[in-house]
Structure formats: structure tokens, C-alpha cells
Design a protein around this ligand. Sequence first.
Ligand code: SF4
Length: 275
Amino acid sequence: MSNNRIEIKEKKRAFLSGYNSFTVKRAGVLNCPFPKLGARLEVDSDLSPLFPYINGSVNGAAYLDKPERIQFLFEGVQCTLYASEIIAAAFQDQDHAMSFGEHLLDFLNKLHENRKSVTPNYRKVKPLSPLDIYKILPKTNCGECGEPSCLAFAGALSKGWVSAKKCPGLAQPIEEKAVYPVIDKDGRLTSTIELDLPKSVQAREQQQDHPEAVLTERELEVLKLLAQGFTNPQISKQLCISPHTVKSHVAHIYEKLGVNDRAQAAVLAARFNLI
Ligand code: SF4
């Protein structure tokens, strides 16, 4: 997919008047049936003074250091704000990315305007290094997590891009504190590692744990049929909606539940007794 550059029209705002540039590119898993897009947005104001206020007001935000940045879910999209740029994914199409960009701009401006009524939170999360995380992985490079190797998965986990649950070979953490044992090749416990996952990943997992809370009524209907093996044309006929609308609902379901295909969506639907 080509690299699209979009300029958002200037808005008369006190803090951010618009984006200097707005680049939308293909992102995520390449074999996904619905290609997803990521966006890079540049701003000319310094966003970092807002980070403690986002941390203090957005549920699940993770404030990180080196470089200073904050990650959170905004309208179901994972975004990372740096001092002068924003990285966000995933979008269904350019219109989705554009409306996200406009809503985020409004959100940041309103937060800036009302920041005196927010208690700032300066606490930062310290991510573990990929090499530390690698110690607790099975090291088989089986690829089931969607990453090409265990080290790549460790890197993604340290950045908060994925959840530890994506690796089926990783045992459950020692309860509550997400503490994992590090075992040497003779089976001896050598140390433990505490994974302080960004809360934004936990929030995404909660979306998967409660699909009925994040899907619209229509999306739930589509999910139920999809999980029963109905094809898109059959769902379209059953619900009297166009195939294009079905395709769009399916894409939104994938996005909201963080799944890549019908089988994964069906597993979630079955797990939560939707079928
Ligand atoms: S699923 Fe687990 S064992 Fe397999 S490559 Fe990913 S991290 Fe390694």
C-alpha cells in the first residue's frame, strides 16, 4: 500500500492547531484478510507537558521513559504519544485514521484546557529489556505468537505491543503479581521476573474478556453468525444488510477483539457463550 500523506486543515485551538503531517501506512500482520493501517502524526507543539495529565485521567495509560512517551487506548486504537509525534494503529481505512486524528486533536485540546481540574500522575512504568523477557520464553521459535522468533516476541512484549498470553508455551504467571520463574536447563529456579505490562495492553485484554461490552448489538449479531460458520453473503442475507456492511462489521469485530481471523473470533464467541 502506498504511503499517503494527509494534511488536516488548521483549527483555531489554544494548544494544538492541527497536525504538521499525517502519514498513513500499511501495518500489522501481512496475511490479515483485512489489511490494517498505522498512522504517524507530527505536531509542532511539545506534547510532553500533557503526559502526566493523560496518565492521571485516562484509564489504562502507561507513562514510559527513554524516550519519554505515553501509551493508551483511544477509541479502541492503540496510540503512543512522543514529544512531537504520535504513532497509532490499527485502522480499517484512511477515513477511520482521519476521524481518529480529529477526535484525538479535540481530546488533547480539551484536556489541555481543563488540565487544572485533573490531578497529574508522574509515575512512570519501567519496561523490562527484551533479553530479560527472553529468559522466561520457551525459546523454540515456533512462531505461534505471530512473531518470527522468541527474541522478536520478547522485543514486542518489552515495548507493550503484545500480551504475554500470545505465547502458548509460556506458563501462567505466579498469581496476581505477574511474576514468572526463570528456570535453568537443569530445572532449577534461578530467579524471577516481574512483568509490569503497560496497562493499555491489559485494557485490550479486558476488551477480549468482555466482548459484549465493546461490540455494538449489530456486531454481536454478526459475530454470533460468523462463529456458527456463516459466510459473509449468508450473514448479509440473514440480517438483511449489504455484503459491504457485513465486511465492515467483521473488520470492526476483529479490531475491537484484537483477533486476525474468523477462527479466533469464533473461539472468543464460544468462550463467552455467545453461541
Ligand atoms: S509462541 Fe512462544 S515459543 Fe513460539 S516463537 Fe512465540 S515466544 Fe517463542
